[in-house]
Design a protein around this ligand. Structure first.
Ligand code: NAI
Length: 350
């Protein structure tokens, strides 16, 4: 029987994996700890590890996993910026869940935006305390304003379509424009600088990589309108958070809705409510009335969790049954050098 060492397991995930595993019959060893160089040895005896966004698979962890005889890293997420693909190349195959519910993420991005622009976070607390004053709750219509979507992949496109539905003008930016999709929507591809200059709302949906690291920085923040709202459900390091804090402090932008945070691996997915926060940047962000933070929960819908469990276990099953790895990612295919990858012939990358 194939054993999967399942790192950083949370109760809400176990429910879905256990249910779907009734069909597959893997031995799933749930581990509370995150995967990194120090914890990788806990995978001993397993053939595969299952990892999530804040598990860190760097060269050290990869070497330890190889020593344990791990043949497959099954990411139960879409992003793979936490894996050193070059370090694992030729040793351990890496598969992911390229899409589970792009609607879940897009809808969360829009929910955060509506919440901020209509001060729902303040109104909720006020009414719970019996305070029905409206003072300070005035919002802004989104109708007629301009949304800038960075990254028009699966999630960015749905976000653009939802925001078009409320009557926003849509600007988009992508390294690979999809004009066949954009034209009927009336979406206009433009440079990142122009998007930042013209948009009232900027929503980030590009993957994190060397080219997109700190895409939103001092320079791009300076281009933005004073009332611009930034929404980030992509990855934390798409934004230079210290520059964002400065822009918020000096009221150079209108607000921020964040589901992800640059240093989130130290805090997210755990309860720190009884301790003093050590991360001064996160603590400062939480002081702004025009900042809403959720703890990387955009994916957390029934549909998305089912799809994640289904695709992850199917990835593992196909790899061990047939050597097939359709959702494999390696540093070559990540850099679009797919010709060198055997994946294009329907088998694993190496
Ligand atoms: P996708 O691969 O369908 O789309 C990404 C798009 O970004 C592509 O069109 C690509 O060409 C574009 N892109 C790449 N580099 C760019 C650049 N420098 N500038 C502008 N555009 C660029 O990915 P999908 O499924 O839409 O997901 C996007 C990201 O959302 C993921 O990479 C992941 O980091 C994040 N995500 C967050 C979740 C959450 O729970 N908060 C859950 C799932 C994904």
């Amino acid at each position: 029987m194939i054993t999967i060492a399942f790192f950083d397991a949370k109760p809400y995930e176990k429910l879905y994996f256990d249910r779907i595993n009734e069909t597959y019959g893997f031995a799933i060893r749930y581990l509370d700890v995150r995967l990194n160089e120090e914890t990788a040895q806990l995978a001993k005896g397993a053939a595969a590890v299952c990892a999530f966004v804040n598990d860190r698979i760097d060269a050290g962890a990869a070497a330890e996993l190889e020593k344990c005889g791990i043949r497959l890293i099954a990411l139960r997420c879409a992003g793979y910026n936490n894996v050193d693909l070059r370090a694992v190349w030729g040793k351990i195959h890496v598969v992911r869940v390229p899409a589970y519910s792009p609607h879940a993420i897009a809808e969360h991005a829009v929910a955060l935006l509506f919440c901020l622009t209509r001060s729902l976070h303040k109104a909720y607390n006020r009414v719970r305390e019996g305070n029905f004053l409206l003072h300070g709750l005035a919002g802004r219509d989104l109708y007629g304003k301009t949304a800038g979507i960075v990254g028009t992949g699966k999630i960015g496109k749905i976000t653009a379509e939802i925001l078009r539905g409320v009557g926003m003008r849509i600007l988009v930016n992508d390294t690979f424009p999809d004009t066949a999709w954009a034209s009927p929507l009336g979406a206009e591809y433009t440079s990142l600088d122009e998007l930042c200059t013209r948009a009232d709302v900027i929503s980030l949906h590009a993957p994190l990589g060397p080219e997109t690291f700190h895409l939103i920085n001092e320079k791009t923040l300076d281009l933005m309108k004073p009332g611009a709202v930034i929404v980030n459900t992509g990855r934390g390091a798409l934004i230079d958070t210290r520059a964002l804090v400065r822009a918020l402090k000096h009221q150079r932008i209108g607000g921020a809705c964040l589901d992800v945070y640059e240093e989130e691996e130290n805090y997210f997915f755990e309860d720190w409510s009884g301790t003093a926060m050590q991360d001064d940047t996160l603590a400062r962000l939480l002081t702004f009335p025009n900042v809403i933070i959720t703890g990387h929960q955009a994916f957390l819908t029934d549909e998305a969790l089912s799809a994640i469990a289904q695709t992850t276990l199917e990835n593992v099953s196909r790899f061990f049954d047939t050597g097939d790895a359709p959702n494999e990612i390696c540093y070559r295919c990540a850099n679009l050098d797919t010709e060198k990858c055997r994946r294009t012939r329907g088998k694993g990358c190496f």
